[in-house]
Design a protein around this ligand. Structure first.
Ligand code: SF4
Ligand code: SF4
Length: 332
C-alpha cells in the first residue's frame, strides 16, 4: 500500500550522465551515455513538485552539456520546482550563463576542483575568468541566487586554497585576502565572498563499491528520508553516491515515484537508518556515513547547529547537494 511520504529536502536528477571532463576522482561507471528527454523530465517534475523543496541537476555528468537545458528549466518552472545546478563551469559561457540566471534556478554550484583536475593548466586561467564573469553577472542580475564555488579536495580536517595563483586571483576579484585561509571542514564549510556567493570547502571521499571491505553495520544517513536520486536511465536510488544504481529501487519511467519510494526495499532501507542500521551491503561499504556520524558527534557538544545538513555532501567531487545557503548565519 502506498502511504504518505515525508517531504524531501532535495532530489538529485541526473539529466545526463555525459561529462565534458574526465576527473581522476570521478566514480567509475559502466553505464552507457544517456540523457533525460524534456518530456521525461516533465513527467518527473510533475510528480516531484509537492514532494521536494528542490531538484539538484546532478549525480554524474555535466548538466550544461544537455542539448535542451532551456526545456528542462522551463518544465521545472511550469510546476514551480526550484532548481540547483551543479556544474564544473567549463561551459559557463554566454547562453548557459543566461539560463543559470533564470528565476527558477535557486542555486548554482561550480566545482572548481573538477576543472582544476580535468583541464590543462593553460585552460584553467581562462576558465576561471569565465566563472568570475558569471559571478559578477549573477551579483548584478540575480543577487538572490546562491552561488557556491567549490573546492572539495581537503585531505584532512583543515583546508584552504592550495593553488597560490587561484588564491591570489580570487582574493583580488572578491576584495578579500583568501591566501592564508584555513577552514576546519568538520565545523564550517562556507566562506562568504560577497552577498550570497561563497567558497565551499569539503573533503574527498571514497565512492562506495561492493568490492570494498565490509564496514560497520551501524550507521545512519538521510538517504530516502531527506533526499534520493534519479539516474538518467530512470532508476531511482536512495542517494547520489549510488552512481551505478546498485541500490536501484525501481524505474521512474515505468512506475510512479511514490510507489517506488514505498517499495519493500526502500522501506527496509529507511527503517534500518531510522534505528542506526545499514541494511544494504553497499551502505556497509560507504565511508561517507562514518564521516557524517563523526561530524554529528563532534558538533553536538559544542552547540554547532549546522542547519539542514544532508548526508550526501560527499560523492562525485562535483556534486553539490547542499541545501541553499539562505544566509551567512547558516553558512557551514
Ligand atoms: S567528477 Fe564530475 S566533473 Fe569530473 S568527470 Fe565526474 S561528473 Fe564530470
Ligand atoms: S549509506 Fe552511503 S550508499 Fe547507503 S544510502 Fe547512504 S550515502 Fe548512499
Amino acid at each position: 500500500m502506498v502511504g504518505s511520504l515525508a517531504h524531501f529536502q532535495r532530489v538529485n536528477i541526473e539529466i545526463t550522465n555525459v561529462c565534458n571532463l574526465r576527473c581522476s576522482f570521478c566514480a567509475p561507471s559502466a553505464r552507457p551515455p544517456q540523457r533525460l528527454s524534456v518530456p521525461a523530465f516533465r513527467g518527473l517534475a510533475e510528480q516531484l513538485a509537492g514532494l521536494t523543496d528542490e531538484v539538484v541537476l546532478h549525480v554524474l555528468g555535466e548538466p550544461l552539456t544537455h542539448p535542451d537545458l532551456a526545456g528542462i528549466l522551463a518544465a521545472a518552472a511550469a510546476v514551480g520546482l526550484p532548481v540547483h545546478v551543479v556544474s564544473n563551469g567549463v561551459l559557463l559561457a554566454a547562453e548557459p550563463a543566461e539560463l543559470m540566471l533564470q528565476p527558477i534556478v535557486r542555486q548554482v554550484s561550480v566545482s572548481l576542483q573538477s576543472a582544476a583536475d580535468g583541464l590543462p593548466e593553460a585552460g584553467f586561467a581562462e576558465y576561471l575568468e569565465r566563472v568570475l564573469a558569471f559571478c559578477d553577472r549573477a551579483a548584478s542580475q540575480r543577487p538572490d541566487l546562491y552561488l557556491n564555488l567549490r573546492l572539495w579536495g581537503a585531505q584532512g580536517p583543515y583546508t584552504g586554497i592550495d593553488d597560490v595563483r587561484l588564491a591570489e586571483r580570487l582574493s583580488q576579484h572578491f576584495g578579500r585576502d583568501l591566501r592564508s585561509l584555513q577552514v576546519d571542514v568538520r565545523r564550517r564549510k562556507n566562506v562568504p565572498l560577497r552577498g550570497r556567493q561563497y567558497l565551499h570547502f569539503d573533503s574527498r571521499f571514497t565512492w562506495p563499491r561492493l568490492d570494498l571491505p565490509e564496514g560497520n553495520a551501524a550507521g545512519t544517513c538521510h538517504g530516502l528520508s531527506g533526499h534520493f536520486g534519479i539516474l538518467a536511465d530512470g532508476r531511482v536510488v536512495p542517494c547520489c553516491l549510488d552512481a551505478d544504481g546498485v541500490l536501484a529501487l525501481g524505474n521512474a519511467f515505468t512506475t510512479p515515484l511514490r510507489e517506488i519510494l514505498q517499495s519493500e526495499r526502500a522501506q527496509r532501507l529507511r527503517a534500518g537508518f531510522a534505528v542506526g542500521r545499514r541494511v544494504e551491503a553497499l551502505c556497509r561499504r560507504c565511508s561517507f556515513v562514518e564521516r557524517f556520524s563523526r561530524q554529528r558527534a563532534s558538533a553536538k557538544p559544542q552547540g554547532h547547529g549546522e542547519g539542514r545538513r544532508g548526508h550526501g555532501e560527499g560523492r562525485c567531487q562535483q556534486l553539490a547537494q547542499d541545501p541553499p545557503q539562505r544566509d551567512p548565519e547558516v553558512a557551514r
